[in-house]
Every structure is written in structure tokens, then in C-alpha cells.
Design a protein around this ligand. Structure first.
Ligand SMILES: Nc1nc2c(ncn2[C@@H]2O[C@H](COP(=O)(O)OP(=O)(O)O)[C@@H](O)[C@H]2O)c(=O)[nH]1
Ligand SMILES: [Mg+2]
Length: 297
């Protein structure tokens, strides 16, 4: 008796759903038609790993403002920075009004343009002992689109050590990138590399203008390069039959007396310098850097 009522009520229900005049059946059908493709699309994309975001790597000496920039790009606001012990990555979106280079030819009405282009920004520790982490990240590119090398333009004036430290680090970064041409397969995956030297803290009156930051870094890298090769000679490494190996550790054009960033173009590395400031009210802000990022995505 009990069973029969249950069975008949189920039958009633099914009939109500299936009958063409029922709104419930219609709603159910519409829901299924709408959700199945979305669910399929999601699972397929997850499985194929197509969702790996383009990434931008942040490098630069300690105190140059990497963590501050990361926070700004992520949230659009300034927040207290935390000391970066290990690389951390955050997901960012291009701000309103910027178009990623890869979306340049899309129609204005293309829905892709309505969602902002996303990318991954990877912070690294600038502290000397932890730098190998940062350099490892360059040689392990997962959809790497560019490198932002942040420098503190206010400590660039000669004499206070900031310039030498920065030039040392930048020299090593560029040398790792240059060596990818002669290196293993993993490195070759990185074909062209774009490096943005972001001259930060332009809000401070002691900051050098971007053009001067570029010049100072070029002449300081010239010195770093010379002293590195002299070090090799002194230790006897570059002597005798291993002269060719020594040449691999020379940054830029072989035999050039002065280092210029343009010498990196031969190795498919473009270097640009642009000024800006993460904090501080007056200053150019980070517009130029956003533009640079949008051109790589
Ligand atoms: N005046 C000024 N200070 C900045 C700017 N950007 C960062 N700073 C400060 O520089 C210090 C170091 O920043 P942080 O992001 O921790 O550097 P990191 O070591 O490269 O991660 C912090 O006190 C920041 O507030 C800027 O554009 N102007
Ligand atoms: Mg930091």
C-alpha cells in the first residue's frame, strides 16, 4: 500500500516533467543544454594544462621595491611589504584600458576583451645568498614572457655601493640569459627574452633619471665584466687551451671595450629602461611598466 503510493507519485512526477506542456521539463532541458558544454570546456582545459598563465619574473637587489610592486600589481593598492624568503607568485590582471599585444586584432565586441588579460607575477628574494633561487627561475621557464629587473634609482649615484651591487646582479642575470644560446634544451625554449630595467623610486629627489640609470649601469657593468675576466686569468682558469670556455663567460660583444645593453640583441635579448615609482604621491607611477607588460602578453 505504502509502496504503491510512492510508485504512483514518482510516476506522476516523471510524467509531469516529461510532458511537453510542463514548464519544469523545459527548465530542466534548458539547464542541461547550458551547463554540459561549460562543464566539458572546463574539464578539458584543466586537463590539457592550457590554463598555464603567461608569467613575468621580478628580479633586482634587495630593497629595490619588488615586493611593493608585486603588491601594487596584484591589488592596485599599496600595502605593507613582507620580506621575501622564497619566490612567491601572484595572479594579476591588466588594468582597464590596456590591451594585451595578443588581443590587438580582436574586435572590440569580442567577449575576450571584456575580461582582463591575466598573468602570473613571480617575486624573488634579492638577498645575495638566496639569489640562486632567482637565477633558477630564469632557466626554468614556464611560459615566461619577460623579466622585470627593478633597481632603486635613488641609490644609483656612484660611491655608495648600490650601483656596484646592482650592476653585479644584472651582469649575472644577463650572462645566464646569454648562455641559454649555448646551453641545454630547456634553455632554448626561451627564444627571445625581454628585460625591462625598471628604475624605481622616481618620487625621491635623489633619484637619477632613467637615461642616467641606463648609462651608469652600462659603465658599471663594463667594470664588472673586466674584473670578472681578470679574476679568471688570475686564477689560471682562462689560461692555456681553455680560452674558448673563457669567452663564454664574457657578457656582450667579444672584444668590445665598453658594454652597451644593445650588445645583448645579438643573443635575442632586448633590454629597455623605464622610470617609475611604486609608492609616493608625485612621480610618473607605474604606467610605463604596465604598458611594457601588456606588450608581452
Ligand atoms: N620612495 C619610494 N619608496 C619605495 C618605492 N617602492 C618601494 N619603496 C620602499 O622601498 C622599500 C623596499 O621595498 P620592498 O618591496 O620590500 O623591496 P624588495 O626587497 O625588492 O622586495 C620599502 O620600504 C618600500 O616602501 C618607491 O617607488 N618610492
Ligand atoms: Mg621583497
Amino acid at each position: 500500500m505504502e509502496n504503491q503510493t510512492v510508485a504512483s507519485s514518482v510516476q506522476d512526477w516523471v510524467q509531469a516533467v516529461i510532458s511537453p506542456s510542463s514548464p519544469l521539463g523545459l527548465i530542466l532541458a534548458v539547464l542541461l543544454v547550458l551547463t554540459i558544454p561549460i562543464a566539458l570546456h572546463r574539464s578539458v582545459f584543466k586537463a590539457s594544462g592550457l590554463t598555464v598563465l603567461p608569467s613575468i619574473l621580478l628580479l633586482g637587489p634587495s630593497g629595490s621595491g619588488k615586493t611593493a610592486l608585486l603588491t601594487l600589481f596584484e591589488r592596485g593598492t599599496n600595502a605593507a611589504t613582507h620580506t621575501s624568503q622564497s619566490p612567491i607568485a601572484v595572479e594579476c590582471s591588466l588594468p582597464v584600458g590596456t590591451t594585451a599585444a595578443s588581443d590587438k586584432y580582436r574586435s572590440t565586441y569580442d567577449p575576450t576583451n571584456q575580461t582582463h588579460k591575466k598573468f602570473l607575477l613571480i617575486d624573488t628574494p634579492g638577498h645575495g645568498k638566496l639569489r640562486h633561487h632567482a637565477l633558477q627561475n630564469i632557466t626554468n621557464p614556464k611560459n615566461l614572457k619577460g623579466i622585470i629587473f627593478l633597481v632603486d634609482a635613488a641609490t644609483m649615484s656612484a660611491g655608495n655601493g648600490g650601483l656596484r651591487q646592482t650592476a653585479d646582479y644584472l651582469h649575472d642575470v644577463l650572462l645566464v640569459l646569454q648562455k641559454r644560446m649555448t646551453g641545454g634544451k630547456a634553455m632554448k625554449a626561451l627564444k627571445e627574452v625581454s628585460v625591462l630595467i625598471a628604475a624605481n623610486k622616481m618620487d625621491l629627489f635623489t633619484a637619477l633619471p632613467a637615461a642616467l640609470v641606463k648609462k651608469s649601469l652600462e659603465s658599471e657593468i663594463t667594470k664588472v665584466r673586466a674584473s670578472r675576466s681578470k679574476g679568471l686569468l688570475d686564477s689560471g682558469i682562462g689560461m692555456g687551451e681553455d680560452v674558448d670556455d673563457d669567452k663564454d663567460d664574457w657578457l656582450g660583444e667579444t672584444g668590445s671595450s665598453e658594454f652597451k645593453f644593445s650588445q645583448m640583441e645579438e643573443f635575442d635579448i632586448t633590454v629597455e629602461v623605464a622610470g617609475g615609482n611604486v609608492t609616493g604621491g608625485d612621480g610618473p607611477g607605474v604606467d610605463k611598466w604596465w604598458k611594457w607588460v601588456s606588450e608581452r602578453l
